[in-house]
Write a protein that binds this ligand. Structure first.
Ligand code: A2P
Length: 375
């Protein structure tokens, strides 16, 4: 009979059992250890994830800057509400110049900018339009501003000029269209003043109002208008009042009176050349109060200045074609009151120095910024 089972001697059997027992005990210890280490690992990963989420919350200000935990700053307005109810984002990319602007627009849109400030006269609207289309950002999430050039103030010239801008930007409407200067030149002329339309911009405005009603523009505004020129326009029975006035505002030319008057009269200001323009950016970034803010808040001087503009209650339009600066300029923070006041005082207590004034270049026999125009 074949032997299928050969009984093991008792002593050997005991030995095997005890071996099995030892094996199962060590297996249990291994399993416990495994679960222990795994639990620690999971907890550590959860800790790292939580920490990175907390760190990714904006450091301060409305767009945030990673890595700083100084203060709880959430008070800067990310946008302003215009009389139409539309929300205009506080920080825009200014886009004068050609050639490098398309790439700057793409960087800006990737960074999170949703406001692009351009103009017909910059001659770059096609480049900008292509960059916007390539970005894939939906049109209804973008704020596009353009400006009517001085040669097209005659009512019959406005819609064709606007259509050119719309075609170049590859869009059906503008969020904001501004009268670029309170100066009208005769169509096709080389800066020949149209005295009538310069003295009385109401016909130009009425045409713009018509284009709002037609849906080609959502908001209309003015640019480079002083208080006298604004009153000259708004004395008319306007259907749509100016939504904004875009003017030069920077450390050298902070225009506190215009800012105060505009706030009192519900007119939003937009700051162009907010860093002092190419001519004076270096000096602006070296102002002691600006440097002090930058150092104390661990931000850059440009961020200190751009934040100051937003905190003053204006829209700010810094220009840059340098990718790192485009990114840098989007990060704004609330300045503590004492530092804000110190910079405001420094900016407003030296004689104002305007950077942009084309009056002479245009051959005008008066200053476009003079409150007492001869017209
Ligand atoms: P770039 O375009 O080479 O970056 P403003 O907006 O007042 O008109 O200033 C525009 C000028 O400021 C441009 O010469 C631009 O140079 C420069 N600029 C813009 N952002 C910064 C920044 N963060 N740091 C230094 N310079 C800057």
């Amino acid at each position: 009979m074949p032997v299928f089972y050969k009984p093991v001697p008792t002593s050997e059997h005991d030995d095997e059992e005890s071996q099995n027992l030892t094996k199962s005990r060590s297996a249990r210890i291994k399993t416990t250890l495994f679960y222990f280490v795994a639990t620690i690992a999971v907890m550590y990963v959860a800790y790292l994830a939580t920490r990175s989420i907390i760190r990714s919350v904006p450091k301060h200000g409305m767009h945030g800057r990673p890595g700083c935990h100084h203060r709880n700053l959430t008070t800067l307005p990310s946008h302003h509400i215009l009389p139409s109810g539309d929300k205009i984002p506080s920080v825009a990319l200014g886009i004068a110049g050609k050639g490098e602007v398309g790439a700057a627009v793409q960087t800006a849109l990737k960074t999170g900018y949703r406001h692009i400030d351009g103009a017909w006269i910059y001659g770059n609207e096609e480049e900008v339009g292509k960059a916007i289309s390539a970005s894939g950002v939906p049109r209804d999430q973008l704020w596009l501003t353009s400006k009517l050039w001085n040669n097209f103030h005659a009512p019959e010239d406005i819609e064709p000029a606007l259509d050119e801008t719309l075609t170049r930007l590859n869009t059906e409407y503008l969020d904001l269209y501004l009268i670029h200067w309170p100066i009208a030149f005769k169509k096709g002329s080389n800066n020949v003043l149209d005295k009538e339309l310069t003295a009385n911009p109401y016909p130009t405005w009425q045409k713009l109002e018509e284009l709002v009603d037609k849906g080609k523009i959502r908001n209309i505004g003015i640019s480079n208008f002083n208080i006298a020129r604004i009153k000259n326009l708004t004395a008319n029975p306007l259907k749509h009042k100016p939504a904004v006035n875009q003017v030069e505002l920077n450390y050298f030319n902070p225009q506190p009176e215009l800012l105060k008057w505009s706030k009192e009269n519900g007119l939003l200001l937009e700051a162009y050349s907010p860093l002092g323009s190419t001519k004076q950016v270096k000096e602006a970034l070296s102002v002691p109060e600006v440097k002090e803010i930058a150092k104390k808040l661990d931000i850059t001087p440009a961020q200190a200045l751009i934040s100051w503009h937003v905190q003053r209650g204006t829209i700010v339009l810094p220009k840059s074609v340098t990718p790192s600066r485009v990114q840098e300029n989007f990060q704004v923070v609330t300045l503590p009151d004492d530092l804000f006041d110190k910079l405001e005082k420094a900016a407003t207590s030296h004689p104002p120095q305007r950077v942009v004034n084309p009056s002479k270049n245009w051959g005008l026999d008066f200053d476009v910024f003079d409150e007492n125009w001869p017209l």
